[in-house]
Design a protein around this ligand. Structure first.
Ligand SMILES: C[S@@+](CC[C@H](N)C(=O)[O-])C[C@H]1O[C@@H](n2cnc3c(N)ncnc32)[C@H](O)[C@@H]1O
Length: 350
């Protein structure tokens, strides 16, 4: 069965590297923005352990020439009544089971791009009717075992079954903040920081601690320290570290005045306030300037800061004027309709 993985757009190469390491038998046969298609050789249990991917799907069927006029819905229903879901369902059952039932409950979710005489919920309803016709399974939007997805793009449609649990992006956390980071981005930021055993790894605005949770999952142990100015965030982080059984220091501090010695930090990795849910552009203008001075002070000469922000111009301007720092790389990522960037910032050779 062919599988595909969905990935945050902009992180596809990091996912490809991880797939090559963890699932080396799987060949990537097609690449799309935010999607990597794999041939049939991929081992599902190892695929489900990937940290860079959002979801894993069984790629069940695709078809061209879907009518875009009102006939399209009947066509989709008839097509779904013919689609063989058995192999995908067997993979799903082997990975997750269905609480003792013989037949799964299911839902269909639909996405649509282009001009059609029908909407996504109608596509989902037509597809669901086709599945009930063929298999007689019970549909339930809330309590479903199996999530069938259909994507209609102009006259082309693809059908898949989600094989991963729903929230890979929220993994590892029992407590979340209002701006908690997608865990797969946290993983990518740790990769961009080039994890080394024994390093001092600091998230100076750690929120619920996602970046530190991700760093703790590498097999190169580090001294982990997180801090935040917002006391409840430290409670969320503490709850997450306790649940994940990780050992990380947590300090109530202002990232603009870090209580850390000069040149003591190897990696400083942080999802900064974007000025939307947290802070504002005015607050950020002052904070970022003072914070980047602290980055220059606490980083070892060999160190690196990996900083995610939507304030790309502000960051670029501050670092361009900074005498001690430079941006070694900028990587744009797509998050919730926004395009923040991950910056690798390094210290200039003195
Ligand atoms: C985008 S959130 C980080 C979210 C975090 N990565 C997570 O997954 O939960 C930014 C964090 O910066 C903190 N923050 C804002 N200004 C700060 C400052 N001056 N010093 C320390 N923390 C600050 C906020 O309280 C917030 O928790």
């Amino acid at each position: 069965m062919n599988l595909y993985a969905t990935v945050i757009s902009g992180l596809e190469d990091i996912a490809e590297d991880e797939i090559a390491r963890i699932v080396p038998e799987a060949a990537i046969v097609r690449r799309q923005r935010g999607r990597l298609y794999l041939d049939g050789g991929a081992d599902l249990s190892r695929m489900l352990g990937l940290r860079s991917t959002m979801n894993i799907y069984a790629h069940v069927a695709e078809r061209d020439h879907i009518p875009t006029d009102a006939d399209g819905l009947d066509y989709i229903e008839r097509w779904f009544a013919e689609i063989d879901l058995d192999e995908a369902i067997e993979l799903h059952r082997a990975a997750h089971g269905w609480s003792g039932r013989d037949a799964p409950t299911f839902r269909v979710t639909a996405e649509r791009f282009g001009r059609h005489a029908y909407q996504s919920p109608q596509i989902a309803a037509a597809a669901g009717a086709g599945i009930i016709d063929r298999y007689g399974w019970k549909a339930s939007m809330k309590q479903y075992d199996v999530d069938v997805q259909v994507q209609v793009r102009d006259e082309h449609a693809e059908v898949s079954v989600r094989l991963s649990p729903e929230s890979m992006g929220r993994r590892g956390r029992v407590a979340h903040g209002p701006a908690s980071l997608n865990a797969t981005i946290g993983y990518a930021m740790c990769i961009m920081a080039q994890p080394q055993a024994g390093e001092v790894f600091v998230d100076p605005m750690c929120g619920a601690g996602t970046v530190l949770l991700e760093r703790a999952a590498f097999d190169t142990p580090a001294a982990l320290v997180g801090g935040d100015r917002h006391a409840p965030a430290l409670e969320w982080a503490r709850a997450n570290f306790t649940a994940a059984e990780i050992d990380a220091g947590l300090v109530h501090w202002d990232a603009a005045r870090l209580p850390l010695g000069d040149a003591t930090v190897d990696k400083l990795v942080c999802n900064m306030p974007w000025g939307r849910r947290i802070g504002s552009h005015r607050v950020n203008t002052a904070l970022y300037r003072r914070f980047m001075d602290e980055v220059a002070r606490v980083l070892k000469p060999s160190g690196r800061a990996v900083l995610l922000t939507l304030e790309r111009r502000l960051m670029a301007g501050i670092v361009a004027r900074h005498t001690e720092l430079y941006i070694a790389r900028t990587r744009a990522v797509a998050v919730g309709g926004l395009e923040p960037a991950i910056h690798i910032v390094r210290v200039r050779a003195r």
